[in-house]
Design a protein around this ligand. Structure first.
Ligand code: DX5
Ligand code: ZN
Length: 219
């Protein structure tokens, strides 16, 4: 049996009731908290920053998976470690010296992730895949929650899975954007290990049952 991990994206939470929404995830079958940090430069949107993550960290009882959609992420690696990040993901497109960035993340004791925009070919990771703990395949253009899933993602996942196996790497594959009960199973069959879901979870009438359903259809 596969243990697919479910990571609700806090970007879609109700910020006026953030503690309530964090406790909901704690009480659910979800595995990780997915935290989207946007700088208004790498992506055309600004989400939230350090004080909000500090507040989340106080209540979150599960793995904190931070997705940095920012330019020059090396500036903040130590800061995010202090804020409780367990997994720190940077964008391939935002790193000039990706190998160095990955080593710096790991030196802080975090898992190192690399996110790929929809146009970025997975083969670009060939020479660094063994140094990556997680590849986040963006199944929407990063910057906003609630967008529709890009169908080309399935073939990217399969290609990446083949690369990971060929290189004998232990890298996890995470999918981020537009994940619902309609595509979850097919993504896992293609090779996905972690599914991020924002609006589908927090916009549901019963988020706990929605998480439970995502979990059960992907095992
Ligand atoms: C998009 C973010 C995603 C987003 C997912 O830039 O990286 O994590 O919160 O939201 P949904 O699941 O609503 O597409
Ligand atoms: Zn994200």
């Amino acid at each position: 049996m596969k243990n697919t991990l479910i990571a609700p994206s806090v970007l879609a939470a109700d910020f006026a009731n953030l503690q309530r929404d964090i406790e909901m995830v704690n009480a659910s079958e979800a595995d990780w908290f997915h935290i989207d940090i946007m700088d208004g430069v790498f992506v055309p949107n600004i989400s939230f920053g350090m004080p909000v993550l500090e507040a989340i960290q106080k209540h979150a009882k599960k793995t904190i998976d931070v997705h940095l959609m920012i330019v020059d992420p090396d500036r903040y690696i130590t800061t995010f470690k202090k804020l409780g990040a367990d997994v720190l993901t940077v964008h391939y497109e935002a790193c000039t010296h990706l190998h160095r960035t990955l080593q710096a993340i790991k030196a802080e004791g975090m898992k190192a992730g690399v996110a790929l925009n929809p146009h970025t070919n997975v083969d670009l990771l060939e020479d660094v895949i063994q140094d990556i703990d997680l590849v986040c395949i963006m199944s929407v253009n990063p910057g906003f929650g609630g967008q529709s899933f890009i169908e080309n993602t399935y073939s990217k996942v399969k290609k990446l899975k083949a690369l990971i196996q060929r290189k004998n790497a232990a890298t996890l594959i995470e999918i981020d954007g537009g994940v619902t009960n309609k595509n979850a199973k097919q993504l896992v069959d293609a090779g996905a290990d972690v599914l991020v879901a924002g609006s589908y979870v927090f916009g549901a009438e019963d988020p706990i049952a929605t998480i439970q359903n995502l979990k059960s259809i992907t095992q």
